[in-house]
Design a protein around this ligand. Structure first.
Ligand SMILES: Cc1ncc(COP(=O)(O)O)c(C=O)c1O
Length: 381
């Protein structure tokens, strides 16, 4: 296999900065000793700053899906109703998780490429006044559409006594999400996306209200949050943690806090804007409706008569740039560009240039160079 470093523009995993990669090369330590305690407690404190929460926070050695499974299995009791807006593959997965753990999903069907409105959730609560929770995917990675009313939904859940569970796996650290201000009870993310760390860790914040739900259940072993809480008193995790990934996340969090959350969110916004401007200049059509466009995942319809798999293949083989295809029912109809984590202007100009090269080779008619010019202009403004 080639040792050449590819430019990974996926909606996760994302490019890991060399400083973060180097941090993983430190020696393995005793996970029941003082060195890990210092590392773990430090990572938790830094993560709380990124989540903007004063509540509890845990780091699990698993990918994001494990974090979602942990939230649902701990907080939702058998037969309890959970309202779930479904507008893509990841919200379908949340629904399935609720079902498998014995909860009763109440689906709000939402057109893919759009996101749920406050009115739709209010209606659902009126119809199901005994619903226990709202579980929502903030940024639907399969389409590139984000929810625009997260703060309002937090207020609504607070007022109606619902738990507010948020899958923020492809957005936390790259867009606004002040967990306490938005009254999020359980917020989940993964290490490999906006947090620019390698895959393998899930982070979960837990509010006081969430704890009262969790106290009643007893359905998890590996993901037992009460065990995580008990072990945290000693600065430990219940099971052997992925120590090198904790080193990496610790370094990445230092970089994130050095940049500052406001500057970081603004960089993500500028990068996404440049990509959208470039794609429009090339004449491509975004999958998400304009008002719901994500600042971290850009979903693009394959141009008519052009095979999206070939676009991605040429970009990878000729230009060393890796982007993602469609998922679920959208497979073979679109491609997705991740604009997350350590993403920069240079990464975007290279990606757009590679995309233009691939499109030209496949016979798509457009003004070659228009995308790169548009992206450049967007960065200047
Ligand atoms: C919104 C969302 N939820 C869940 C997941 C699953 O995360 P993982 O692949 O880390 O398990 C992803 C991954 O892309 C995601 O984007």
């Amino acid at each position: 296999m080639s040792e050449r470093v590819q430019l990974i523009m996926l909606p996760g995993p994302t490019m890991v900065p060399p400083r973060v990669l180097r941090a993983m090369a430190k020696p393995i330590i005793n996970h029941r000793g003082p060195e890990f305690k210092e590392l773990y407690l430090g990572v938790i404190e830094k993560s709380k700053k990124v989540f903007m929460t004063k509540g509890d926070l845990f780091i699990l050695s698993c990918s994001g899906t494990g974090g979602v499974e942990c939230a649902i299995s701990n907080a939702i009791g058998p037969g309890e109703k959970v309202i779930i807006p479904v507008n893509g593959v990841f919200s379908q997965r949340v629904k399935r998780t609720v079902e498998i753990f014995g909860g009763k999903p109440v689906e709000i069907p939402v057109e893919w490429g759009s996101s749920v409105t406050v009115d739709a959730v209010e209606d659902a609560i009126k119809k199901e006044p005994d619903a226990k929770a709202l579980a929502i995917v903030y940024n639907e990675t399969s389409t590139g559409a984000k929810v625009k009313c997260m703060a309002e939904l937090g207020e609504l859940c607070d007022e109606k006594g619902l738990l507010y569970i948020v899958d923020a796996i492809s957005i936390l650290g790259g867009d606004e999400l002040p967990v306490d201000d938005w009254k999020v009870d359980i917020c989940i993310t993964g290490s490999q996306k906006c947090l620019m760390s390698p895959p393998g860790l899930a982070l979960l914040s837990i509010s006081e209200k969430a704890w009262s739900a969790i106290e009643r259940t007893n359905r998890a072993v590996y993901f037992d949050l009460k065990a995580y809480r008990d072990y945290l008193k000693e600065g430990e995790t219940p099971f052997t943690p992925a120590i090198p990934l904790f080193y990496a996340l610790d370094e990445a969090l230092d970089m994130i806090l050095e940049e500052g959350m406001e500057a970081r969110i603004e960089r993500h916004r500028r990068c996404a804007n440049a990509i959208y401007k470039a794609l429009e200049a090339i004449g491509l059509e975004m999958f998400a409706k304009e008002e719901f466009r994500s600042n971290t995942v850009i979903g693009v319809r394959d141009p008519k008569g052009i095979d999206g798999n070939m676009i991605r293949r040429i970009m990878r083989e000729k230009y060393n740039v890796v982007i993602a295809g469609g998922m679920g029912k959208l497979k073979g109809t679109m491609f997705r560009i991740g604009s997350m984590g350590n993403v920069s202007m240079a990464d975007i100009l290279i990606t757009i240039s590679a995309l233009e090269g691939a499109l030209q080779e496949l016979g798509y008619e457009f003004d070659r160079g228009a995308g790169v010019v548009a992206a450049n202009e967007a960065f200047k403004s």
